[in-house]
Design a protein around this ligand. Structure first.
Ligand code: TPP
Ligand code: SF4
Length: 316
């Protein structure tokens, strides 16, 4: 059952399933994203966690930050693991073998963008296609952070990473970020959404919706990474604000594959360059010879926003 949320203080102090003691970098957004999900429901949870920063930093033997059923699974298999546990649970229920069959259980998978957009992509697609009742949350920090910052198919154009380093002959990543939300909607997930930790109420509402619906739900959570994005660790929420207010990371949901709703409209839309300028990974774009890329990125963000608004109006 969804928890009643009154205010941030009550919400942030009522958590008892994810400990603040962990080894994530100070300022890492992963913990906010996870904590909110674990905090928004009273139901039992079975959690599958792909290899990545979250898993490595929250379960260092003999310690664990998780007070919930938690499975560490390979880099590529979080969706497989959560959907397998869900199928087993249904089978045991059918056979009358559950101790407490009326206590609701929710199945959740967490994976980074490397695990989700790239290496676990076919397993996620298969689990969604099979229609398992689970929620998949991608901790989207746009890079393989745990292994030192290699690019993924979520890395935005222009970002400097260890495998797309900016320098004399390159401006960094050459490809646009993959549109995983549209892909998952087209894959048949009845609920997909984007969330960001600076909009905590929006995030909670979407988590609660995702956990309540029957069938697979996919949430793409922007997770600002102080280490790889290169910003001071006390600016996680400010950088997230810049992402949502510049519309680089728009907040919306898609129900039943087509009904698109924008859930946050900035009162004042800020230029994309303000978002880029707050992070070291885009520093080189402000050199004269690369400035054209900032213009191109602004145009691309404007076009995507226009498209989202038209899709919302048209309901298709
Ligand atoms: C099959 C496989 N390939 C590579 C690795 C090494 N590996 C572990 S974590 C990781 C990067 C994880 O990146 P991401 O999924 O984006 O999560 P993040 O650490 O950024 O949160 C890699 C490459 C592995 N564990 N298994
Ligand atoms: S490297 Fe990035 S994602 Fe990993 S723990 Fe640090 S801030 Fe979080």
């Amino acid at each position: 059952m969804n928890k009643e949320i009154r205010n941030l203080k009550q919400f942030s102090t009522s958590n008892d399933r994810f400990e603040g003691a962990h080894l994530l970098c100070p300022g890492c957004a992963h913990s906010i994203i996870v904590r909110e999900l674990l905090n928004c429901t009273d139901d039992n949870l079975v959690i599958a966690n792909a290899t990545g920063c979250l898993e490595v930093c929250t379960a260092v033997y003999p310690h664990t930050s998780w007070d919930a059923s938690w499975i560490h699974i390979g880099f590529e298999n979080a969706a497989t693991s959560a959907s397998g546990a869900e199928a087993m649970y249904k089978a045991l229920k059918r056979k009358g073998k559950l101790k407490d069959p009326d206590k609701p259980v929710k199945f959740v998978a967490f994976g980074g963008d490397g695990a989700t957009y790239d290496i676990g992509f076919q397993f996620l697609s298969g689990a969604v296609e099979r229609g398992h009742d689970f929620t998949y949350v991608c901790l989207d920090n746009e890079v393989y952070a745990n292994t030192g910052g290699q690019r993924s198919s979520s890395t935005p154009i222009g970002a400097s990473t260890t495998t797309t380093p900016a320098g004399r002959i390159s401006y960094g990543e050459k490809k646009m970020k993959k549109d995983i939300v549209s892909i998952m909607a087209a894959n048949g997930a009845p609920y997909v959404a984007q969330v960001s930790p600076n909009k905590w109420k929006d995030m909670v509402k979407k988590y609660q919706k995702a956990l309540s619906i029957e069938g697979p739900a996919f949430i793409n959570a922007m997770s600002a990474c102080t280490t790889e994005w290169k910003f001071p660790s006390n600016e996680t929420i400010q950088v997230s604000d810049l992402a949502t207010d510049s519309l680089v990371f728009p907040l919306y949901e898609i129900e039943e594959g087509h009904k698109l709703t924008i859930t946050y409209r900035p009162r004042k839309i800020i230029p994309v360059r303000d978002y880029l300028g707050a992070q070291g990974r885009f520093k080189h774009l402000f050199k004269k010879e690369n400035e054209y890329l900032i213009e191109a990125m602004q145009k691309s963000v404007d076009a995507k926003w226009e498209l989202l608004q038209r899709r919302e109006e048209a309901g298709v």
